[in-house]
Design a protein around this ligand. Structure first.
Ligand SMILES: Cc1ncc(COP(=O)(O)O)c(C=O)c1O
Length: 441
């Protein structure tokens, strides 16, 4: 068969698969792109589609393949574990689970000595909220607008993002304070970072005093709001927010599902940039390079308050734990916080150049390898422009670059590659993104 005939046959196969996907999966299992991408293989920061075309993956399965696709050490350890013992349930002790819990305590800030393993960020947040309610004997939870916490009934209640809330908040006692979102702050660009912090902190206080009993169980927040569009709070906000919730007797839950494990550069966790020690910390995504692992860490005091029965059949599964253990080993060996800081700065310089070139890029922002472009109307209105953002997503695909969308209106471009991305790969991603921008300008 000629090469063009082989390509035709493969593309026909791909189209048929997309059709079968549409027929058999729930409609919300919705792939990106007008012509969905069928992926077959991955290695490092690169993935291959069914026709053999290569793409630079700068979204990493939603900031998850932290050490790159099919990292050999992760593959080897999980494969070996799979052959030896694939499942135990939480009724038995395994070395793999204990070792990962010990490593997490070494890496985490403060005194987070205890871990409960589950299978996703959603479940890890569920566990965190339940732990906070049990430990405090209180029920009200303060979350932030623009937050994303997962897809369960409770997690969609914590989420403050209409497109991701299929039902109204069904769990009582959840209130939302303003998102510390400087680009969209009513104070405008003239306000200093301190003024912005004061404004958002005073809103948090007001929400606690006017919409709760004054006795909240916890405040839950992401150090950088991920799905919200990589919203970086003004410096000082996290620290002051922690002081506020504690002054009302509540606990601080930090959701590090996206920001954890060096993603934000320099530190292992996003909250460490603000010198904040949470009472409860939530992790998932990058912890096991794509294997389904959620982890909720807590202080001894919080964990020990939970004396009733609870179980996760798959939580702490030896294969998932082998994947997490191997991923953590690679991350420690490669010193990913420092690498993410360096490569993140390089990426950011590229994004800033694009921001200077196009009036429709409202802001380039982020920390480490968590960088975003907010796409807006080119006049001064800052109106979100999801149409151009989506066009840019598609144009990037044509250039062989995978990126992500986020933001309330789906108008923020998100970039979050493997933390082991090289200088050359970042340079190449910026070149491809720049060509994509040109084509939608
Ligand atoms: C900050 C944050 N928390 C929780 C979740 C939910 O994680 P999962 O999709 O693994 O349930 C996500 C997912 O995007 C997230 O970004």
């Amino acid at each position: 068969m000629s090469i063009s005939k082989v390509e035709d046959a493969l593309s026909h196969e791909g189209t048929a698969l997309i059709q079968r996907h549409g027929e058999r999966l729930f409609p919300w299992v919705k792939p990106y792109y007008s012509d969905p991408l069928v992926l077959k293989e991955g290695k490092g920061v690169w993935v291959l589609d069914e026709s053999g075309r290569e793409y630079l993956d700068f979204f990493a399965g939603i900031v998850t393949t932290s050490v790159g696709h099919c990292h050999p050490h992760v593959v080897r350890r999980t494969w070996e574990q799979m052959k030896r013992l694939g499942h135990t349930s939480a009724l038995y002790v395994t070395e793999q689970q204990v070792e990962v819990a010990e490593t997490l305590t070494e890496l985490a800030p403060g005194a987070l000595n205890r871990t409960a393993f589950t299978n996703s960020g959603t479940e890890a947040n569920e566990t965190a909220i339940m732990a906070a309610r049990i430990a405090t004997g209180r029920s009200e939870i303060v979350a932030l607008r623009h937050a994303y916490s997962g897809r369960s009934t409770l997690a969609t209640g914590l989420t403050a993002h209409a497109p991701w809330k299929p039902l109204p908040t069904a769990v009582p006692g959840i209130v939302h304070a303003r998102s510390p979102y400087p680009y969209r702050s009513p104070l405008g660009d003239e306000a200093s970072e301190k003024e912005q912090t004061d404004f958002f902190v005073s809103d948090l206080v007001e929400v606690i005093e006017t919409t709760t009993s004054g006795k909240p169980a916890a405040l839950i927040l992401e150090p950088i709001q991920g799905v919200g569009g990589f919203i970086v709070p003004p410096r000082g906000y996290l620290r002051r927010a922690a002081e506020v919730i504690r002054s009302y007797g509540g606990l601080l839950i930090v959701d590090e599902v996206q920001t954890g494990f060096g993603r934000t550069g320099h530190h292992w966790f996003g909250c460490e940039h603000s010198d904040v020690e949470p009472d409860i910390m939530v992790m998932a995504k990058g912890i096991a390079n794509g294997f389904p692992v959620g982890a909720t860490m807590a202080t001894d005091e919080v964990a020990e308050a939970w004396t009733s029965l609870s179980i996760s059949t798959f939580g702490g599964n030896p294969v998932s734990m082998a994947a997490a253990g191997a991923t953590l080993e690679v991350m420690i060996e490669e010193q990913v916080p420092a690498r993410a800081a360096e490569r993140g700065e390089q990426l950011r310089r590229g994004l800033q150049e694009l921001e200077g070139r196009y009036a429709w890029i409202g802001e380039a922002r982020g920390m480490g390898l968590m960088q975003a472009l907010e796409i807006v109307s080119p006049d001064d209105s800052r109106a979100p422009d999801p149409v151009r953002a989506r066009a840019l997503l598609e144009a990037a695909l044509r250039e062989g670059l995978l990126i992500g969308l986020g933001g309330l209106k789906g108008h923020v471009i998100r970039l979050g590659s493997s933390l082991l991305v090289t200088e050359e790969e970042v340079r190449e991603a910026v070149v491809r993104l720049s060509r994509a921008c040109e084509s939608v300008a």
